[in-house]
Design a protein around this ligand. Structure first.
Ligand code: GLA
Length: 378
């Protein structure tokens, strides 16, 4: 009795999704290839998502990393706009987090230490005396489980289970990340995390963008606008002091579009600590609701990337540690500031800064994040 009803409802839902799709174009099927083999023999797969507009994103299940993102310039020419490697070995050996999901804690925790519910935890220290991006074996260095897409869009879902105690973190965390390449040329990233014991959780996406598509060129001519009036200034080791300061009259003022190179080498104490931009901006508007966070524009190609997120903060990292030693796609050495990251997240060192928006997840709660990188031209 129930079955025909369920079948009819499924048919109606299917016909509705078909009717909503651009006419005459079927969604290209997702391609899967073997990208490489890990030292322990496990294969790593690469998945190609293509939308109805011809844009494509490639993602590997190692580190849930975006390995390529091809979007049109103002003449419709598709080019890759994210840094990465040609082979798995690059991702296994690399120290720059190209394209990966990082965590459990994206960004830094001072001395890798924090107190949660009265108990002190010591995380792996892997960045001077601090903890960075989840530790020695963070989410970027593990094989995720890829799951079949469940929508009418070009999407891929990946899951990682991080066990209680890994890198010093309490609680077992299951994190699902769904990448969707929409027909409007948006790469949407939806995160969903659950736990069995209170941990801290603050994952982010670590793609390096260069909208010119020419990775041998620095990103200093890109115009950047950030929807923020404040930053969280840092001290030694790039750990926030805990204060929020106004961007006005500082090199951190990206309220109007400004070429990244305009002030990057100014004699400024914050820039000196970051060796350029490597700071967290306090986004306007209430966290928890997706709103515009930033705009990045490259005049040569006409490509514009608009970032939307529901996170409180945005780490803008101008690729200061790239020094030509990483040989990337097509054998290109990634030089100083040849890519930039716009990492949507909670503020750095939140577990030690009770005044910052919380990153504690409790059993029964679901961690959620939605971030979109939307591509257009002008
Ligand atoms: C983040 C950090 C930077 C650097 C890069 C990776 O963006 O803020 O300081 O560690 O990751 O090289």
């Amino acid at each position: 009795m129930m079955r025909p009803i369920i079948f009819c409802m499924a048919m109606i839902a299917f016909l509705f999704t078909q009717a909503c799709q651009p006419k005459g174009k079927a969604l290209p099927p997702m391609k899967t290839t073997v990208f490489g083999t890990l030292p322990d023999g496990r294969p790593v797969h690469q998945y190609t998502l293509e939308n109805r507009s011809g844009a494509s994103a490639q993602i590997i299940d190692y580190g849930a990393a975006v390995t390529s993102l091809k979007v049109p310039d103002r003449n419709g020419k598709l080019e890759d706009v994210v840094l990465g490697y040609d082979s798995l070995q690059g991702y296994v050996d690399g120290t720059s987090y190209f394209g990966a999901i990082v965590g459990r804690y994206g960004n830094r925790i001072g001395k890798g230490r924090f107190v949660l519910d009265g108990k002190e935890y010591q995380l792996t220290v892997n960045d001077g005396e601090n903890h960075l991006h989840g530790g020695a074996v963070g989410f970027n260095k593990v094989l995720w489980e890829a799951m079949p897409p469940d929508s009418g869009e070009a999407s891929l879902r990946l899951q990682v289970v991080s066990k209680d105690g890994e890198e010093g973190y309490p609680g077992t965390v299951t994190l699902r990340v769904t990448y969707t390449l929409t027909d409007k040329n948006e790469l949407r990233i939806d995160y969903e995390g659950t736990t069995d014991r209170p941990p801290i959780l603050n994952p982010t996406q670590h793609s390096y963008f260069n909208l010119s598509g020419a990775f041998d060129r620095p990103i200093l001519d890109h115009l950047l606008m950030i929807e923020a009036d404040g930053v969280t200034p840092v001290g030694a080791g790039l750990i926030p002091t805990g204060r929020i300061t106004d961007v006005a009259n500082t090199p951190m003022d990206f309220r109007k579009p400004m070429a990244i190179g305009t002030h990057i080498d100014d004699p400024d104490a914050q820039l000196a600590l970051g060796k350029g931009y490597d700071h967290n901006w306090v986004l306007r508007g209430a966290a928890g609701r997706v709103r515009k966070a930033a705009e990045l524009y490259e005049a040569g190609s006409g490509r514009m990337m608009t970032v939307f997120t529901d996170q409180p903060g945005l780490q803008f990292y101008s690729g200061n540690f790239l020094d030509g030693s990483a040989k990337g796609k097509n054998g290109i050495a990634y030089g100083h500031r040849s890519g930039l990251c716009l990492e949507t997240q909670a503020f750095p060192d939140t577990p030690n800064k009770p005044q910052f928006p919380s990153v504690t997840l409790r059993p029964g709660q679901v961690y959620r994040q939605t971030t979109l990188y939307q591509f257009s031209t002008k």
